[in-house]
Design a protein around this ligand. Structure first.
Ligand code: DON
Length: 421
């Protein structure tokens, strides 16, 4: 009797359907064996070209892994958005953008180009800008700057990451082009330290060892507005997370950023170690690993995995998701009041600016000289800050009717209009 065919599940594994989805995406990427390992230092050619892994971390703190998700590789340029975030957290946006622009360069990662008028590198995700970011981190020596960067990367990953000493030695020994970029920014007045200190910190940061799971958690921290969903630690502020992911959106894939935005549509960053991070704001972070790179230095299979995930599951951040539910669940009249009945608007769900606009526009004609419009937020689960401010001010703006009763009243037993403390 012939051997039985291996069992192929036809329904997702109910123990972890997300892992099953990742497994299937890895299967799509596996046959893509084109591209080549980064070879500018011998250490990177020692990676297993067949290694393939992915992980997804949700903002609620669950992690799903597939393939070689625990295989380590050096973070390389994937460190850049996180060090940009640390520089922003430390010095603020105004100070940081005195040193670096936020414009896509449309150029390779190691391009020798500065903005003519200001001497700033075009953005913090090309090497010139990344080296300037490392130079801004507090510390007089490369080791002091790196200690802060390392602690920051650990906080993003929710674990202590190792430094790959042999990759660091080689980066240091072969990094003359990066030194040239550092000297160029030094002469333009945008570097925050000496060129040697800046590149010393930068070479170390590129040599930090991570796996796909780490990258997923780091990206999930950005997706979660700067709070690590695994450790619960607030690593960076919400504004910093938004500025960082903005630059990842426009510049994360170097001269392939426009193509990436159209086909994948997730803020992302690649590195020559074979890693890519991507994230969906408020939902999840993803890390992928496959070390063969295309001509632009981006992982070939990483691109296939993320594009497949995005297309299959409608993950493009600008995907049209249909008209949102109206927040107005029900309008009730209460005619027991003399001189004009009250109207009770029962609201529901999550109310952000567009929902508030609908409530205010549809219900404004009901605010008159008779009766009170009661906005009942009992079944509202969340209100955006701007929407909450609009609603909170409404009773005062509407004032009192001729009978001395308020024209608008707000019922908010759960305190959803008060906002996060
Ligand atoms: O700066 C370099 O040359 C490398 N250590 C890092 C570059 C990198 O990862 C570019 N990304 N695709």
């Amino acid at each position: 009797m012939a051997d039985a065919e291996p069992y192929e599940p036809t329904i997702p594994d109910l123990r972890d359907p997300i892992r099953a989805a990742l497994d299937s995406v890895l299967d799509v990427a596996r046959p893509h064996t084109d591209g080549a390992l980064a070879s500018y230092i011998p250490e990177l050619t020692r990676a297993d070209p067949e290694a393939l892994g992915a992980a997804l971390a949700s903002v609620r703190g669950s992690v799903h892994e597939s393939g070689d998700s625990e295989t380590t590789f050096t973070i390389q340029s994937v460190s850049k958005p996180f060090v940009f975030a640390l520089a922003l957290e430390q010095s603020g946006l105004a100070e940081v953008i005195r040193h670096v622009g936020v414009e896509p360069s449309g150029e390779p990662f190691n391009a020798i180009s500065l903005e003519p008028a200001t001497g700033r590198p075009l953005n913090p995700l090309i090497n010139a800008g990344a080296i300037v970011m490392s130079s801004l981190i507090t510390g007089d020596t490369a080791a002091e700057k790196f200690a802060i960067i390392h602690a920051g990367l650990n906080a993003f990953a929710a674990r202590e990451l190792d430094l790959d000493e042999s990759v660091f030695e080689s980066e240091h020994a072969t990094g003359d082009r990066n030194r040239a970029l550092a000297y160029l920014t030094q002469s333009a007045g945008t570097l925050g330290s000496t060129a040697e200190v800046a590149t010393g910190a930068y070479f170390r940061q590129c040599s930090v060892s991570v796996n796909a799971r780490d990258l997923a958690i780091m990206a999930a921290t950005l997706a979660n507005g700067g709070r690590n969903p695994i450790s619960g630690e607030r690593v960076i502020g919400e504004d910093v997370a938004r500025w960082t992911t903005s630059v990842m959106t426009s510049c994360g894939m170097y001269d392939a950023s426009g193509d990436w935005l159209v086909h994948v549509g997730l803020p992302a960053k690649s590195g020559v170690g074979g890693g890519i991070v991507a994230m969906q704001p408020e939902e999840f972070g993803i890390g992928t690993f496959s070390p063969r790179l295309d001509a632009r230095g981006n992982s070939v299979r990483g691109i296939v995995m993320l594009r497949t995930l995005s297309e299959r599951y409608g993950l493009h951040m600008l995907q049209h998701r249909g008209a949102p539910h109206s927040p107005i669940a029900q309008l009730e009249r209460d005619d027991r009041v003399e001189g004009g009945g009250d109207t009770i608007a029962r609201l529901r769900g999550e109310v952000f600016f567009a929902g508030a606009e609908e409530v205010l526009t549809r219900l404004a004609p009901l605010v008159g000289d008779g009766g009170c419009l009661v906005l009942d937020f009992s079944n509202v689960t969340r209100v955006g800050d701007a929407a909450a401010a609009l609603f909170r001010g409404l009773p005062d703006v509407a004032g009192l009717g001729p009978d001395g009763r308020p024209r608008v009243a707000v019922l908010d037993p759960e305190g959803v209009l008060v906002g996060d403390a």
